[in-house]
Design a protein around this ligand. Sequence first.
Ligand code: SF4
Length: 774
Amino acid sequence: MPALADSGRAGGEAKPLSQFVLKVHGRCDLSCDHCYVYEHADQSWRTKPRMMSPDIARTAARRIAEHASAHELSRVRVVLHGGEPLLLGPDRMDELLTRIRTPIEATTRLSLMMQTNGVRLDPAMCDVLKRHGVRVGVSLDGDRAANDRHRRFAGGASSFDPVRAALALLRSPVYRELYAGILCTIDVRNDPERVYEALLAERPPQVDFLLPHATWDSPPLRPDDRATPYADWLSTIHQCWLADDRPVRIRIFDGLHSTANGGPSGSEQLGADAVDLVVVETDGRYEQADSVKTAYDGAPATGLSVLTHTIDAVSRLAPIALRQSGVQSLSAICRSCPVVNQCAGGLYAHRFRTGSGFDNPSVYCADLRVLVDQSNEESRVHFAGAKPEDIGLMPADLVAQIASGFGDEPTIGWLAEQQRAVTRALLFATIDQHGPTEAWNALTRIETSDPEAVRRVLAHPYIRPWAVGLLRAGADPAGLGYLGGLAAAAAVHASVPVEVEVMIGRGVVALPTVGTLYWPDEVTGPARLTVDQGKIWVTGADRTVTVDLAQQVASASWQPIRRIPLGGWEIRIEDGDPARECHRWSPAARLDDLATRHWRQSLTEAWRLITTDLAEYAPALRAGLRVLVPLEPDPDGLQRASTARDAFGSLAAAPVGPAELAVLLVHEFQHAKLGAVLDLCDLYDSESQVQISVGWRPDPRPVEAALQGVYAHAAVADVWRLRVGRYPGAAERYAQYLGWTVGASAALRNSGTLTPLGVEFMDRLAATVEEWVV
Ligand code: SF4
């Protein structure tokens, strides 16, 4: 078989790789008979050094740093692997991690992981891993009987007890932040329910089930010639997991649920996610993923090394480039398979057959087909009648991502989707309270023909504050007139006619996402509004106004929505909707042209600064921020900015220059992100009366306010850290915000008010902050 380097280069531009598996130790203290490193076709481990030298580690890290810099990667992931990485011992591990971190962290953010058998994990090693922020995944195949089937020492002794001791250590409060999860290799002779219970008992943050590596040349065990034993085994666990209300993240099931809804799989085993990973062996040679070892001797080899080649050179190699091109790279059979988008040929290595190489369906094809269909059906039955927000799967690393201070676009998009579901539920609650109205009926009618039009309107951030206000007001139905504006806006988007009653409130009727109608003298009262053939007619308070929507022209009676384009996305200026009056300060009245120009220029320049100076905050803003509400300026010239907990996707601010606005956008959107997480996750005891001392205010704060303050100030500290040397006073401001963040974090951590998830959140945030201080 040819080495990868001989099997052709894709040519063209190198695609970035962001995951790097470093084989820091090439031997293992266990002798598991299902191990793909020692027991499968590839036997190259015999010729490689026992451990990675510090020089190789440093060279590999430099290659990664140079690759991250060239491709402007905001984050890379390095997984310490083996053999068994713990065989390095704490001192060598410490030295190696220092060598790895230094060059990489000078150019990008680094997530460090370790995959281990766990038997040598002790407090000394945990201290080292904690100091370097390494998260630890441990291999365990289930209960004692299941684990002992394969995972034994060379002399035959069980590894079960030392592994469980390692898991207990990772669960202890002092090392809990290290605990990444459990990797379980399936053996269908093990009882699936007992395996599931045993894994659950270790309280892991995540479980990964791995199909045992096999190929068409060396097919998997199929006891009693059963057709789909692996699908049946996993299906039993899937049903238990659903019945238990998904008590732990299980990667393969999360992936199946996600791909069923068109999302990513988050795994190499199933789904068409791009595989952007390369392995660096103990001698510095680049290899493909370890699973490929199962195909044939020498299969993962690339012929390239960190000593002689860049990562771009590896990325251009045909098989690596191919694995980043999704479904198109699959065999013809897979490409025509009805479940290809969820299965995508399974794990690459499992497709191998002598003669046709990897151009085949998976050797697990029958199982995968049944697994996809069964899990879809089981989910459909389980979630029948459930609300959409209950079904939407939380991204596996939601808390970790948000706690790190950022959040990528899919995660923030997912949070925004949950917020829309909350808005919708509140809208239904208002109708339950007051009964359906003409406008409600119109809205539901429009949704039947054009759901996207209604969805666009319901994404408006101020519908939720309006609904909350109406529900709190109880019997007063006057506010229901706002629904007329929503129905009219949806009709405009759907290009369908509608006639509804609207309520003029202090001279204004808002059509969220479309524009605002104005009357003189702040009149109040009902009006009749018609949308038809691209025009709006509204009659009320002694006048009739006609708006030609095609012309998008502002007049005394009509202000079309102002959109500020920001290169692929936009922010709307909202200066008409009465529901925006939920902020701490009064919103500015309708803007004139000069004020609009100011905001246009400020936002455009602030966004440019964010994308150049504060790029890691940009994806979240792009995915979540939709509306800016101008506030009245402070009479003493103080800065004013605010985020309303109920209005995700918007923020309010008084006029300010671009550099300050950039900080303010980052700061305020932190509040929005955390607020959205708090809607879904209990991070603290909401009954607690404890007050937390914080540096930024003289009075102690309730727990949620302190949590919000810590999270937002951490981002501001980061902003000023990144500006040190370029903005006057940046170092002092960095020190101040950092001090506030660290002080209040410690106070929160010691308050006893945080839930275990809240502790995990704070520990993650603290780990991010610690990276800056080092
Ligand atoms: S079920 Fe089989 S044919 Fe379909 S995508 Fe998966 S491996 Fe390919």
